[in-house]
Design a binder for this molecule. Structure first.
Ligand code: PLP
Length: 479
């Protein structure tokens, strides 16, 4: 047998790794200093997609020749800088550097396996971190769950388990048409992935029955009864009701206690989409906003949003941990062959993924090394800041606040004197385009019933009130 090629031996050489690793960490440290410091760096170095397609062609040499650090420099320079204090865009966090280092360990060990033996440490960490999260939410001792790749996959996982529990027939084996068509009651303000999940399950358009929201975009409990009747009239069997904590567009927290009462009265599965806002449980000041979540049958919680983790790490928690085996119940005897048909430690039995990252590692490391208080402080600080920013907007005279913020998402629009109402939508879109293309700030926009609004998520702990003041000045300047 021939030995491994020289090139491969070199690629695995520990000394080369040590040297490149040190240089990369130096490079990333300098990047972090620039991104977080003085604002000479554009937040998003905006170019059209075609430019980046040309900059990064798939022209690869046959012989090793690539300059790793130069290539990384180009990646850093061309990317959206989430650590920049003036990044106030989508709900994607400025990851903790410690969590990034943990991800490097995950990538090198590659121990995120579906079965215990392929991830002995990460499986145990996953179980224990999920238990810790369940306790924070006030779920009972038998609660449990899994980590999966994002809130979209998480909501699908929870609703698959809800279906097995409440459909009244075995839809997993018999198929979506083995019984009456199903539906879930979902607030109009919920994330689109809930509707996508029901369509993936084969329930079509009526798989979601919308529940109206109030002027603050919160689910109206008094509208639940009507939604239930409408679903039945449409020939659907309602199995679950969803509450958002908070909603994506405006960050609204639904009245979970009232939704829990309704679910209980009608024997529905109660699912909370807390992708963004379940982290509120970490904040002594704001955790009361989650009241009622402790009665949920399932909760989705993204640690890559308000727990400062790089993507992706989403907890799917079940009030009865055993329910988590119902979401995906097929057998794979080549992987799973113990006596216990439901070993918690073979996590792949309960996830969409087979192989995955060591998702729990970065969360476990950050909580162990940094302590828990920093996470609570982070939630409190960003929610406080959103309220101060809302006050500022209300007092401004030339900006309109869409709604008082429940969390760290704020929607508003510029309403300078002399601009006709019907031109306001186009104005917001133009302002955003100019500001992000200049690189001053990164923010997004959303369409609400009243029209197009600018939308900021104060998710970077390094954003200061002065940055938000500068944002208003920049928008006025561009207008
Ligand atoms: C972000 C978000 C999602 C989607 O989660 P991903 O992790 O981006 O897949 C779902 N629901 C809510 C309420 C969200 O805020």
């Amino acid at each position: 047998m021939s030995p491994p090629s020289r090139d491969l031996l070199a690629a695995y050489d520990p000394e080369t790794f040590r040297e490149l690793g040190h240089q990369l960490v130096d490079q990333l440290s300098e990047y972090l200093a620039r991104a977080t410091g003085a604002n000479d760096l554009p937040v998003l170095p905006w170019v059209p997609p075609s430019t980046n397609v040309e900059r990064f062609p798939a022209q690869f040499p046959e012989e090793p020749s690539g300059d790793f650090l130069a290539l990384m420099n180009r990646v850093l320079a061309g990317s959206n800088h989430l650590h920049h204090p003036r990044y106030v865009g989508h709900q994607v966090t400025a990851p903790l550097p410690l969590a990034a280092l943990s991800d490097m360990v995950s990538a090198l060990l590659n121990n995120g396996g579906a079965v215990y033996e392929m991830g002995p440490v990460s499986s145990a960490m996953e179980r224990n971190v999920l238990r810790w999260m369940a306790d924070l939410l006030g779920l009972p001792a038998e609660a449990g769950g899994v980590f999966t790749s994002g809130g979209s996959a998480g909501n699908l996982t929870a609703l698959l388990a809800a279906r097995q529990a409440k459909a009244g027939y075995d839809a997993w084996n018999g198929g979506a048409h083995a019984g009456p068509p199903l539906t879930v009651l979902v607030p109009e303000s919920a994330h689109y992935c809930v509707s996508r999940a029901t369509r993936i399950m084969g329930w079509g358009e009526g798989g979601v029955t919308p529940v109206p929201v109030d002027a603050s975009f919160r689910l109206r409990p008094d509208a639940l009864e009507g939604a239930l009747m409408a679903a039945r009239r449409a020939g659907r069997h309602p199995i679950a009701v969803v509450g958002s904590a908070g909603s994506t567009a405006t960050g609204a927290f639904d009245p979970l206690e009232a939704v829990a009462d309704f679910a209980q009265a009608h024997d529905l599965w109660f699912h909370v989409d807390g992708a963004h806002g379940a982290s509120t449980a970490l904040s002594p000041k704001y955790r009361a906003q989650l009241k009622g979540i402790e009665r949920a049958d399932s909760v989705v919680w993204d640690a890559h949003k308000m727990m400062l983790m790089p993507a992706l790490v989403t907890a799917v928690l079940f009030r009865d941990g055993a329910r988590s085996f119902d979401a995906f119940s097929q057998e794979a005897s080549y992987l799973y062959h113990g006596d216990d048909p439901r070993p918690w430690s073979d996590i792949g039995l309960r996830t969409l993924e087979c192989t995955k990252l060591m998702m729990a590692l970065k969360v476990y490391v950050a909580l162990s090394v940094l302590g828990t208080r920093a996470f609570g402080d982070y939630v409190t600080q960003t929610y406080d800041q959103a309220r101060r920013f809302a006050d500022r907007l209300e007092a401004s005279g030339d900006f309109e606040l869409a709604v008082r913020p429940d969390c760290n998402i704020v929607c508003f629009r510029h309403t300078p004197r002399g601009v006709a109402a019907e031109q306001l939508d186009a104005l917001q879109a133009r302002l955003r385009e100019r500001v992000i293309q200049r690189g001053d700030f990164y923010l997004v926009q959303t369409r609400l019933p009243r029209g197009v609004f600018l939308r900021v998520t104060l998710i970077n702990p390094l954003t200061r009130d002065e940055d938000l003041e500068a944002l208003l000045e920049a928008l006025r300047g561009v207008a």
